[in-house]
Design a binder for this molecule. Structure first.
Ligand code: NAD
Length: 340
């Protein structure tokens, strides 16, 4: 049985990926410092798969702890590295926190992987690296634009760090996955997104408003050059995203990669406006959402959606679930956590 380390494995995308890894027969070890998650997520994962993954509570900012971990677990076959801080606004106010948490941790893990005979590494990157792309849909060849925030910059620098490491370490193989907009939850409603404080992403804000936790949703701008004037995003179901990680990992484990550092977009290929996302939610939930149109928000990209050709043909992955599926699962999850 192959052993996979999932850093940040109790977080939103990490927990769904752990489930898919276990479904595919991998042995999973999770590292998480619980800075944006809770130990309860372990119960959710175990409730779905029937098998509790090994959990090591550890802060990856602590280099010594990372070294100690790999001394004990020097038999890992692959690492999926989710652990990072991800709040764009917070990163503007506290850039050093972001550079430390998102880059030091990456360096420490890569330093340990360099000591192994073979290392397979999957990195959580983001479509933020493209900024407002000149052409839509966005291919992996679209130029990386200057980052709008320290958070976005950590993803760009992170990719550079991995690429440079792969150049000099023949035993290191890596894939950076550039996510578009992950949403939704596991259909069991045993795991999902747990935003701490006021959610920064659209879907948790929608579900929290519908459940009565927030008074009203603000739609920032309805005068953009899009079909209904609101921003366009590529919403990808978190379960589809999780499955893509398992496929990417297998690609490396089976030596199917064409270069030691590869990049893939993970999106559906379809752009939806904010109002379309709201309509989808209202349709599947039967709820009326209280929202208002607010002024544009600084730094918002007008439209971003993925060209999925490379992921479809080279990686062999295609998203299967729809925006409605994602909204339905997110709503089920929201009701579940509020009833708890
Ligand atoms: N959710 C999105 O919209 C999105 C989009 C693009 C990229 N990403 C990236 O995907 C990854 C996962 O995102 P997510 O939405 O699941 O976030 P999340 O916050 O739910 O999960 C991250 C997990 O990492 C843990 N963590 C953070 N710092 C750590 C440290 N120093 N040591 C150990 N554990 C640590 C947190 O406790 C959390 O459980 C992140 O790298 C994020 O930047 C997310």
């Amino acid at each position: 049985m192959r052993k996979i380390l999932v850093t940040g494995g109790l977080g939103f995308i990490g927990s769904h990926t752990v489930v898919e890894l276990q479904h595919e027969g991998y042995e999973v070890v999770i590292i998480d410092n619980l800075s944006n998650s809770s130990r309860d997520v372990l119960k959710g994962i175990t409730g779905i798969t029937g098998k509790e993954p090994l959990f090591v509570e550890l802060d990856l900012k602590d280099k010594q702890s990372v070294q100690d971990f790999f001394r004990t677990h020097n038999d890992v076959d692959g690492v999926i590295h989710f652990a990072a801080s991800k709040a764009v606004g917070e990163s503007v106010g506290n850039p050093l926190l972001y550079y430390e948490n998102n880059l030091n941790t990456l360096v420490y893990v890569l330093q340990e992987l360099n000591k192994l005979q073979a290392a397979n590494f999957i990195f959580s990157s983001s479509c933020t690296v493209y900024g407002q792309a000149d052409e839509l849909p966005i291919t992996e060849n679209a130029p990386v634009k200057p980052a709008e925030s320290p958070y976005g910059n950590t993803k760009q620098i992170g990719e550079e760090i991995i690429k440079d490491s792969c150049k000099v370490s023949p035993n290191l193989k890596a894939i950076a996955l550039r996510y578009f907009n992950p949403i939704g939850a596991h259909e069991s409603a045993l795991i999902g997104e747990l935003p701490i404080g006021v959610p920064l992403n659209l879907v948790p804000f929608i579900t929290q408003t519908a459940v009565g936790l927030r008074e009203q949703l603000s739609v920032f701008g309805d005068d953009y050059p899009t079909t209904d004037g609101t921003c366009v995003r590529d919403y990808i179901h978190v379960v589809d995203l999780a499955k893509a990680h398992v496929i990417a990992l297998k690609r490396l484990l089976d030596g199917k990669n064409t270069t030691n550092f590869e990049v893939f977009n993970l999106g559906t290929g379809t752009g939806s406006t904010v109002l379309e996302a709201i309509k989808s939610f209202e349709k599947v939930s039967g709820e009326h959402l209280n929202y208002k149109i607010a002024p544009r928000r600084e730094g918002d990209v007008v439209a971003a959606f993925a060209d999925t050709e490379k992921a479809n043909t080279e990686l062999g992955w295609t998203s299967e679930l729809t925006l409605d599926d994602a909204m339905r699962s997110a709503w089920k999850w929201e009701k579940k956590i509020r009833n708890k």
